[in-house]
Design a protein around this ligand. Sequence first.
Ligand code: ADP
Length: 637
Amino acid sequence: MAEKKSLEFQADVSKVLHLVVHSLYTKKEIFLRELISNAADAIDKRRFRALTDPTFALEAGRIVLTPNEKEGTLTISDNGIGMTEEELTSHLGTIARSGTREFTENLKKAGENSGDLTQLIGQFGVGFYSAFLVAEQVEVTSRAVGHDQAYRWTSDARTSFTIEPAERDEPGTTIVLKLKEDEKEYAKPWRVREVVRHHSDYIGHPVELIDPEKPDEPEILNQAKALWQRNPKEVTKEQYEEFYKHLAHDWEAPLAYRHFKIEGNQEFAGIVYLPKNARADLLDPRTKHGVRLHVRRVLAMESSEELLPSWLRFVRGVVDSEDLPLNVSRETLQDSRIVRIMRKQVVSNVLTMIEELKKERPEEYVTFWTKFGAILKEGLYFEPELKERLSELCLFAHTLPSTESSDAEKARENAEPFGEWTTLAGYVSRMKEGQKGIYYIEGTSLALLRQSPHLEKLVKSGHEVLLLTDNVDSFALEKLTDYADKPFINVTSADLDLGESDAEKPEPTDALTEKLQTVLGSKVQSVRNSSRLAESPACLVTPEGGLPPHMVAMFKAQNLTVPETKRILEINPDHPIIQNLRKMQLLNSDSPELARYMELLYDQALLAEGAELESPAQVARRIGSLLEDLSSRAIRD
Ligand code: ADP
């Protein structure tokens, strides 16, 4: 028989172990929830395999807890799928979880601030390792189904563990915790009972307690009925929350949940949850997502993407169908009519949960929105038939009417409970009389957008403008197009109609705009006088069908080639700079100075919108020579 082997933990693991022990010390008792949850998963896995392979058959799942005061130990034993020697090494010796790399990177960033660390650990879950919160030594004896040989994994949570052959009568796993001196309370039956009732009641398999003094009287500690099968009236908030932590490997309680039962042609029940925090890999649409699928209580799939669209990839939950075949596979799920019906219901229930959160807890809704709003908006693009419901959920940053305008009063009256954000309904309720649509501007940052020359006149005249900064916004608006019969109007588009009479509009072109066109040549499509500017001398606008600059930047960042869009330079005829240029032109239309100033005017319009300059060095040279002129003039005067 092979002898005892001593192995080092993978580097990340010892770091995690250290963190778990040091940052979760106030919540030590949750170690038991984690171990029971692993045992329940192992039983589910065995039952699932048994559907196609009789070797895995199991009459009834059992999770047995044996606290032993005399020995100072707590033993957790299950008759689940068990682990082979390799599995013991790899599952308990590495963090076998996606996102490990991000985790270690984040660790470096978080430093030793324990508040941040707890949150970090929460994002990734460290399940099994939490045993070291209370144990000075952990011994895992496991025998995989279909194998005769069992193995024992032992570690004292420092840097290494040992593996050696062992005996176990039946397949399954037994974990013996040798409790630390201060943690001996977990060797007392009453304490174990209390923790299990509190944290693990949702477990669908019986959790038994065996008191070594009364070994023949096992006591069942939980209801052992799947939580989603119970009457919602009989389930407490805490139970829903504990179940979520098990399901999502999250240490934090969820932001919201919804328990539903569908009856009729298709019968199924489920619970969906909104997490409080986003996992690190959330923004990537390829991230695995979906709800856990059970078929008549038996776990059939860890995450069924068919039941939840990718724009709801932050949702966690469980669905249990009465109608699907037990041996359901990915392929059958993909083209199953039953699944399509279920998906519709699951999505609808998730939306109801989000709608309720928005209505009942606006402040928390803002938290939700800042973390997940950009993902939810993808739904507007992918599922236009849900446009009505989704558009009511959207929040937007916006400009406020300047305080001196009479519109400020109206804005205060129609204020919404979402802080800096507005809903579309709120925006429309504050629209000015005669306003044709919902004004918006897109760009990379709020700070930049708020300063944008394009919205000066609008804001001054008491109009609100939505400020859109998420990459998804352009795509979402492509499908959304209007809200409450009001079209969305991009304030940087060339054909922006501010509703003025012709008499109020300046002549579109004159000698100065023509001169500008000659000087700037192919940099711009055309030059014209504008009525959208108040404080700035000039801005660039996108002609119809052209790509706005932030989209160009986004495509370029993804290494995509984009057709070049030449923009229109608009100038503010009332601005002192423009008026001076006009005078200079009258004096000498061919002066090199005039041409230089015109180039600078264009550069300045680019700078104001935060665009990437084609040649920053050249712009710097132009500014430099201007400074030289000005400073020598100052000395002369
Ligand atoms: P998680 O359960 O979140 O994946 P853990 O660190 O708790 O992470 O466990 C790591 C892995 O070890 C599990 O995914 C599972 O494969 C295995 N494992 C843990 N406990 C058991 C058990 N009681 N029976 C069988 N396998 C187990």
